[in-house]
Ligand binder design. Structure first.
Ligand SMILES: [Zn+2]
Length: 127
């Protein structure tokens, strides 16, 4: 049951779908355009009219998800650095690897963190 729910959440996040109807899009534009668009997210689901921002400050919790994604990227880069960067190499190489990876992932991290947060607190029975 929990595994099925986790798979459903991952599917909704990857497909950018509403957690209730699984049809409407949460983000109007892709991850790169979201930085320059004034209003990159829909306020309500275009299909079932679910209000995405449930209460004032709802998206603050998504910052925790974004932080967790960044930590995962950091750990992955650290493992790659230990494995592939020679020990004699300056530490700045590892710094640039981690900083570059986090910068590259940040547009997707913002998007995925909000989608994960929305899916954690909304399901097909939500009003
Ligand atoms: Zn919907």
């Amino acid at each position: 049951m929990i595994l099925l729910k986790a798979l459903r959440i991952i599917k909704n996040v990857m497909l950018n779908r509403c957690p209730r109807c699984k049809q409407g899009k949460v983000w109007r534009v892709n991850a790169i355009k979201a930085f320059i668009d004034k209003n990159p997210m829909n306020k309500h689901c275009p299909n079932c009219n679910l209000k995405y921002e449930r209460e004032l400050g709802f998206w603050q919790g998504a910052m925790l998800m974004s932080y967790l994604i960044s930590v995962l990227v950091f750990i992955l880069c650290w493992i790659i650095a230990i494995r592939f960067i020679p020990k004699e190499a300056p530490v700045i190489y590892t710094f640039f690897l981690v900083a570059g990876a986090i910068l590259l992932v940040s547009p997707f991290s913002w998007r995925w963190s909000r989608l994960f947060w929305l899916n954690f607190f909304t399901d097909e029975y939500s009003k």
